[in-house]
Ligand binder design. Structure first.
Ligand code: ZN
Ligand code: ZN
Length: 322
């Protein structure tokens, strides 16, 4: 598979700048699009996860976890926690380097592959293997649906996608808490109902809402949510993928208010397939997000990492020479 483009995700930046523990040596990059250049079986075509025919030259993405299919988690439909997993862009592969910042990758036949429709851009195809599908999966955990008041915490692409999907699902209200004022414009374009700066949210005496979705790993707001939430309130945690502060929880309050806490880390191939369908359906409404992404050639990948640190765009996208 030849890499066409790879978005630098927040996790890549944290790994690159030493803010999260990583195994080395590894090839970073897990939001990427490839084209098929060779099939070692000599066949001209094969089929993807959704049983669509795929041919040499087709644009494809992959499920980013190599899983064993035999462990307890694999047998229970949870390959994202396979005990023998190797994760593209995160793990040290024993034979070949595997990552979106490699010009080529070799994929084993049993790794789920997804053909990308023409209308989905390289940037958006990349987001399907991390941010977009994680946002979709996080919102799939909710027990009581979308006719409620939501608070989303986060200023990054994950928070943007959470708001856009909530909007698509007709959430009653969407409030976003951001720590970077420069991000206000993308959220106002996403037509959220209210944008609050983090300091503002922390200084408010009371906030009442039904669901908190944390895409930032903000321990203070997560702790506070337990007091703020209405009865049957739900908390979805997905942002704490780096070291964060502990929180204090009062079990009596959890019980009396019947609060649920869901945690999401990665997703299944089925989640990815469903997220792709949803993306196609709402594509016209989300396409503007790509304007908040900065493009670099692969030969300038170092500059891209520096630019990402200095200017914090929603994504830097690395384009490979074809
Ligand atoms: Zn990521
Ligand atoms: Zn397994």
């Amino acid at each position: 598979m030849k890499t066409v483009s790879c978005n630098l995700c927040g996790a890549d930046l944290k790994s690159y700048y030493g803010k999260r523990p990583v195994a080395v040596p590894l090839v970073l990059g897990h939001e990427f699009l490839s084209i098929i250049v060779e099939n070692p079986n000599g066949e001209e075509f094969t089929t993807d996860y959704n049983n669509q025919m795929i041919y040499k030259g087709d644009r494809v993405i992959f499920y980013i976890i190599h899983f064993c299919s035999t462990c307890y988690y694999c047998n229970n439909g949870l390959p994202q926690k396979c005990i023998n997993q190797q994760k593209i862009g995160h793990s040290v592969f024993s034979v070949l380097p595997m990552g979106g910042l490699s010009s080529f990758n070799v994929f084993d036949k049993h790794i789920p592959i997804f053909r990308i429709p023409n209308k989905v851009s390289d940037f958006f195809a990349g987001t399907l293997t991390c941010s977009f599908t994680t946002a979709y999966t996080a919102l799939s955990t909710l027990k009581l649906g979308f006719s409620r008041e939501f608070v989303v915490v986060g200023s990054g692409l994950l928070a943007v996608f959470l708001c856009l999907i909530l909007k698509e699902k007709k959430a009653t209200t969407i409030t976003v808490v951001i720590n970077d004022i420069a991000k206000a414009s993308v959220f106002s374009k996403a037509e959220v109902h209210e944008i609050i700066l983090l300091e503002g949210a922390l200084s408010r005496k009371t906030m009442k809402y039904d669901c908190l979705i944390d895409a930032a790993g903000d321990s203070t707001l997560i702790e506070r949510a337990i007091t703020d939430l209405t009865d049957f309130g739900e908390i979805v945690l997905l942002g704490s993928t780096h070291p964060v502060n502990d929180i204090k929880i009062n079990p009596e309050m959890l019980v009396r208010k019947c609060i649920s806490i869901h945690s999401v880390h990665n997703y299944t191939p089925k989640d990815l397939s469903e997220a792709l369908s949803l993306m196609e359906k709402m594509y016209a409404k989300i396409a503007f997000v790509e304007n908040y992404c900065a493009d670099f050639q692969f030969s300038n990948v170092k500059e891209a990492f520096q630019y990402a640190k200095q200017f914090n765009p929603l994504r830097c996208k690395i384009n490979f020479a074809m």
